[in-house]
Ligand binder design. Structure first.
Ligand SMILES: O=C(O)CCC(=O)C(=O)O
Ligand SMILES: [Fe+2]
Length: 301
């Protein structure tokens, strides 16, 4: 039984994870996206609800209020975000900001350096170190917001690695922090269990035919794919693998936003390789670089 320590304010809370069978024989499947469930130390561990690592109450109510305030300053456009780093993941770059369905802000801590090393990032870094080792670092952060009444706020099915240049060391811990209770109705993320074990990435194509028109890539589900919704509460976190197939539906709620703060950790070596070729996770990166992503046949080593 592996235990993960999460420093919650001054209190050290131990989270006992059912990952004894996970950090096992297969180096790449450090998370088996089938039976993983985390619960506060004394709580009974039950069977899987989320096909990924699920950590409850990673941020306290007070911490969430502060993070939400920082988040909304971006949504209200009080923080300058350059060009395509403020975009709509469900539409193309010509869509007017007022009608965005998935407001996507890339690299918030680049645009607001005060966010660097915030409490969420620190906690996620500590969890990552315990899962994957000490050579990991923050590669990028991202804010995603679906306002209420946005049935078209669909984040297309994808594997994260298909969005990135493929490096020799692909290890990633992607943290998805729920700012709102996240449900099917408001467009929670859904994961396809087991898809991270496939030997090849699925085919992904640009949603609008051309990465200069929108950043979004899309894969299609096969009949055998059985997505599972990750319905988690405000302050909870999921951690996912770079090869797991995932996406999310529209926001059909008339009252609730569906907001998430993503921080992704990768090896320092991989981050260095990405930067060397000009890949920074900014949507303003050179198109030549963006057109080369997801090619497993051209591993950068
Ligand atoms: O928030 C979503 O709907 C998708 C998020 C996602 O793709 C990710 O965190 O990798
Ligand atoms: Fe993703």
């Amino acid at each position: 039984m592996k235990q993960i320590n999460i420093i919650l304010g001054l209190v050290l809370t131990r989270v006992r994870l059912r990952i004894d069978s996970l950090l096992c024989n297969q180096p790449k499947s450090w998370l088996c996206f089938c039976v993983v469930f985390a619960a506060p130390f004394d709580t009974e561990v039950s069977e899987s609800v989320v096909p990924g690592l699920f950590l409850q109450g990673v941020l306290s109510k007070d911490e969430m209020r502060e993070l939400e305030e920082e988040f909304m300053a971006f949504v209200r456009r009080e923080v300058h975000v350059e060009g395509r780093d403020f975009c709509d993941m469900s539409g193309d770059y010509t869509k007017p900001i007022e009608s965005f369905s998935i407001i996507n802000i890339m690299l918030p801590s680049k645009y607001n350096p005060r966010l660097k090393g915030n409490i969420y990032e620190k906690r996620a870094a500590s969890i990552t170190e315990q899962l994957l080792g000490s050579d990991m670092a923050l590669d990028y952060d991202q804010l995603l917001a679906k306002p209420p009444n946005k049935p078209d706020a669909e984040f297309k099915w994808h594997q994260d690695l298909a969005y990135w240049p493929v490096t020799k060391d692909t290890r990633t811990a992607s943290f998805w922090l729920a700012i709102d209770d996240s449900r099917l109705e408001n467009g929670c993320v859904q994961f396809v269990p087991g898809s991270h074990l496939e030997s090849n990435l699925r085919h992904h194509g640009p949603l609008h035919g051309d990465r200069d028109k929108s950043h979004t890539l899309a894969a299609t589900l096969s009949e055998d794919d059985k997505p599972k919704p990750a319905e988690i509460d405000r302050g909870d976190v999921t951690v996912h693998h770079e090869r797991i197939l995932h996406g999310s539906g529209g926001n059909f709620s008339s009252t609730s936003w569906r907001r998430a703060w993503v921080v992704a950790f990768r090896s320092q070596e991989t981050i260095k390789k990405e930067r060397e070729i000009g890949f920074t996770h900014s949507h303003n990166d050179n198109l030549k670089v963006l057109n080369e992503v997801g090619k497993e046949s051209e591993v950068i080593s």
